[in-house]
Write a new protein. Sequence first.
Length: 394
Amino acid sequence: MQFNSNFNDIAENYLFAEVAKRAAEYSKAHPDKKIIKLGIGDVTLPLVPEVIKALHDGAEDMSKAETFKGYGPYEGYEFLRESIQNYYKAYGVELALDEIFVSDGAKSDLGNILDIFSKDNTVLVPDPVYPVYVDTNLMAGRKIIFANANGENGFLPMPDYTVNADIIYICSPNNPTGAAYTKAQLKEWVDYALKKNAVILFDAAYECFIEDDKLARSVFQIEGAEKCAIEFCSFSKIAGFTGTRCGYTVVPKALEKDGFSANKMWLRRQATKFNGVPYIVQKGAAAVFSEQGRKEIAHNLSYYKNNAKIIAQCMDGLGIWYTGGKNSPYIWLKCPDGMKSWQFFDFLLNNAQVVGTPGAGFGNNGEGYFRLTAFGSEANTREAVARIKSILKK
Ligand code: PLP
C-alpha cells in the first residue's frame, strides 16, 4: 500500500487555527477585554420560519408509511429542482430540470466535480483564492497556475491569451476579496474558455448579495457559457444553511467534448458515489424559494448587507482602499500604513480587540490585505467599526 503522496504538496491549513490561537492568547492575557470577531465566513442568523415549518413538515412525512421516503433520486427531488429552475428563470436563465443537481453544499461538489476531468488538465485559479480550489487539485496531482488578482485590477483578473488553461475557477462575488465580475467582464472569460477548449468552474455561492444589474449572478447569464461552464451554488449564505447543508450544481447538457457529456458523466459519478441529500433538508431548501420564504430571507440578507455597508462606510471615512462591501458580505481592505496582513491583524487585536482574517492566508497576492465580514451582529459590527475608527483616525 502507498498513500497518496500528493498530500505532501498541500500547505498546512493553519490560517483559521492561527487566528483562533492569537485571539485566545489575547483573551487569556486580557480577560477584561471583549473581542469582536469579524473574521468568520459563517452566518449567524437562524433559519427563517418558513424553512423551519418545511423541515417540520418533512419530518412529519417521514413518520407515516404513505409519505415516508427512503433513498431519493441522486440528482435531488423534482420539487426542489423545479424551485431552483424558477429561481434562475427569474433572472433570465432557462435551465432544464436534468441540468440541476442537488448537493449537500457547494464545497463538496467543487471538489467532487474533478472526478469527471483528466488528471492532465492544467488548472487556473486566481490568487488570492478560496483554498478549496487549490487543495482539491493538489490532492489529485494537477498542475496549478495562478491568475494575479491585485490592487491594479481591482482583484478581478482578466484572461491572458498567452496562458493555456483547461480548468478555470471563477468565484464571483469573490471570497475573500468581495470583488464581483460584471456580465461584460465575465463574457471575456467565457470567450477565452471557448477559444481554449477549457471549462469554467463558476462558484456562485455569494450571488444572493448582488444588487447591481450589471454584475453577473450566474455564469449562464452569459451567452455561450452553457458550452463551457459548470456552476456551483449553495443555500448556505442565502438562507443560513451552513449547518443544515444543501446546495446545487448546474451541469449543462451542451457541455460536451470528444463524445463525452459532462452532464451524463456527472450523473454517473453521483449515482456511483452519492446517495442524495436528506428529504427533510430538501423540503427546507425548497421553502427558501417559496413566496413567503423569499420575503423572509430578503430580510436576513438585508441585515448582512447593512453590516457590509457599515464597514464599507468606515473604510470610506478613513480613506482606506477596499474591494467588496457592496454586492458582497466581504470587505477586503488594504492594510493602512503599509502594514503586512499579520501585522495589521495583531495591531487590530491589540488596540481595538477586533479580529479579522489576514489576506496573506489566501495566497501570495493577499499579503498586505485584510478581510472583514458582514456576518456578525449589527451591534458588534457597529462597535467594531467605532473601535477601528478611533485607532485609525489621523
Ligand atoms: N464557495 C465559497 C467561495 C465559499 O466561501 C464557501 C463557504 O464559505 C463555499 C463555497 C461553501 O459553501 P457550502 O456551505 O455550500 O459548502
